[in-house]
Design a binder for this molecule. Structure first.
Ligand code: PLP
Length: 378
C-alpha cells in the first residue's frame, strides 16, 4: 500500500501478529494467554492491539503495569469483555482506587504485605479474585518465598481458600532455562510454592510464570497460563549468545518507515551536520526524515541500515528530525522515496538493537507520538 507522504510512520502488520500468536499456540496449545500490553503495547498502540487480539486471535486476558493504563483501556473499550491484570503500580494505598478495581473488573496482582492486607480488609476488593505474585529470586516485586507460611496463615485467618492466580517472574529468562542455576532455582521454588498452598488446603485456580524468554525455550507449560510480551511483537528476548536455544521464529510485526529528504555526494573527511563530524569515507549521503524527536536516539550513530539491499551506515550526529546515512558511491537512491529503518526480519532487528546498545524491548517503545502507528492487515 502506498501511503503517500505521512512523515515517519510505524506500520503495524496485524497479520504477522496473528501468525506469531499461532506459532505460540502451536507450542502451548493448552495454556491461556495473558498478553502483556503495558507501555502502550510495547509502543505498538494498546487499543488497537487489544481489540485485534480479542476479535481475531481469541485472546481474552491482558496485563498492564498501572491502574491508569487499565482504566484507559476499559474506557476505550467499554463494551468488550476481557480480563485485565495490573502488575506493578496498583495504587492500592489510595482508598478511591478500591471501588474502581471492583467496578471496572480489574484485577490487582498483589505483590506486597501492605497491599495484601488492604485487599483482605476491603470488602469490595475482597469480593474480587485474589491474584498473588511471589518473589522466587528476582528481588523486584513479589511476596517473599520465605514468607509463604505467614501468607498462608494470614489468608486462612481471613477465610480465604481460593487463589485465583498464583504467579512469579523469571529474572534471567534470556539465559538458558535448563542450565542457568538461577532459573532452575526459581522454577524449583515456584513448584514448592504451589505445593505448599495445595498442602495447606488452598485451591489454586490458575498459575503462570512464563515470560517470553522462558516460553521461547519451551518453559512455562506446566501452568494454566502463559504471559508473553515481547515475543508476540516479534523479537526474541534471548541474549545474543543464547540465540540458538530458542524455537521462536516470530516475525517483527512493525515496520518503521521514513523518507529520504535529500541526497548529497560527499568526500571522506567532509564535515557533516552539527559538530561538523568528518565523513568516514566517500559516498552519497542520504538525509532521512527521522531523528531523536521520533525516538531514533543519538545512540543510533554508527548503526547499519539497509536500503533496497544496499548497506549504509548512520554517520555524524543524529538530529532532532533528521539523520545522515552514508551509502557507497553509485548507490541507487532517490530523493523523496520511502526509506525503511527496520522491517519484519528478526535478525536485522536484533543486530540493530545490539549496534545501538539497546535491548530489543526498547526500540519500538522509544518511538514518540511524532510517529503515527498505522495498522495493516494483509
Ligand atoms: C512485562 C511482563 C511480562 C512479559 O515479559 P516479556 O519478556 O515481554 O515476555 C510477563 N510478566 C510480567 C509480570 C511482566 O511484567
Amino acid at each position: 500500500m502506498e501511503l503517500g507522504r505521512l512523515g515517519s510512520r510505524l506500520i503495524v502488520d496485524l497479520s504477522l501478529f496473528k501468525d506469531n500468536i499461532k506459532l505460540l499456540k502451536d507450542r502451548f496449545p493448552h495454556q491461556e494467554v495473558i498478553f502483556m500490553v503495558k507501555a502502550d503495547a510495547y509502543g505498538h498502540g494498546i487499543l488497537e492491539m487489544v481489540e485485534f487480539s480479542l476479535e481475531e486471535c481469541g485472546i481474552k486476558e491482558f496485563g498492564v503495569a498501572s491502574l491508569s493504563e487499565a482504566l484507559a483501556l476499559r474506557r476505550s473499550l467499554p463494551e468488550k469483555e476481557f480480563e485485565l491484570y495490573v502488575f506493578s503500580d496498583q495504587g492500592l494505598s489510595l482508598q478511591e482506587n478500591h471501588e474502581l478495581y471492583h467496578q471496572k473488573r480489574i484485577f490487582p496482582v498483589i505483590t506486597k504485605w501492605s497491599d495484601l492486607k488492604i485487599f483482605c480488609e476491603n470488602p469490595s476488593l475482597k469480593s474480587g479474585p485474589l491474584c498473588l505474585k511471589f518473589n522466587t529470586g528476582m528481588n523486584r516485586l513479589g511476596l517473599d518465598f520465605e514468607e509463604v507460611d505467614e501468607v498462608i496463615s494470614y489468608l486462612k485467618s481471613k477465610g480465604i481458600k481460593d487463589i485465583h492466580h498464583l504467579m512469579s517472574h523469571f529474572a534471567n529468562a534470556s539465559l538458558s532455562m535448563k542450565k542457568n542455576n538461577r532459573n532452575l532455582w526459581q522454577r524449583d521454588r515456584f513448584k514448592k510454592l504451589k505445593e505448599e498452598f495445595k498442602n495447606a488446603g488452598f485451591n489454586i485456580m490458575n498459575s503462570s510464570i512464563g515470560n517470553s524468554g522462558a516460553l521461547e525455550q519451551g518453559i512455562g507449560g506446566e501452568e494454566t497460563h502463559i504471559r508473553p510480551g515481547l515475543m508476540l511483537y516479534g523479537p526474541s528476548s534471548m541474549a545474543p549468545k543464547n540465540k540458538n536455544q530458542t524455537f521462536w521464529k516470530g516475525k517483527i510485526i512493525s515496520r518503521l518507515e521514513t523518507t529520504i529528504l535529500s541526497l548529497r555526494p560527499i568526500k571522506k573527511g567532509d564535515p557533516i551536520g552539527y559538530g561538523s563530524v568528518p565523513c568516514p569515507s566517500s559516498g552519497v549521503l542520504a538525509i532521512i526524515a527521522i531523528g531523536y524527536g521520533d525516538g531514533i536516539g543519538t545512540k543510533f550513530s554508527g548503526a547499519h541500515l539497509t536500503h533496497r539491499g544496499v548497506q549504509g551506515q548512520i554517520v555524524g550526529r543524529v538530529c532532532m528530525d533528521m539523520t545522515f546515512v552514508l551509502f557507497p558511491e553509485g548507490t541507487d537512491l532517490k530523493e523523496e522515496e520511502n526509506f525503511i529503518i527496520w522491517g519484519s526480519d528478526p535478525e536485522f532487528f536484533r543486530n540493530l538493537s545490539q549496534e545501538t546498545s539497546t535491548i530489543p524491548y526498547e526500540l519500538v517503545i522509544a518511538l514518540t507520538t511524532r510517529v503515527p502507528r498505522i495498522y495493516q492487515i494483509n
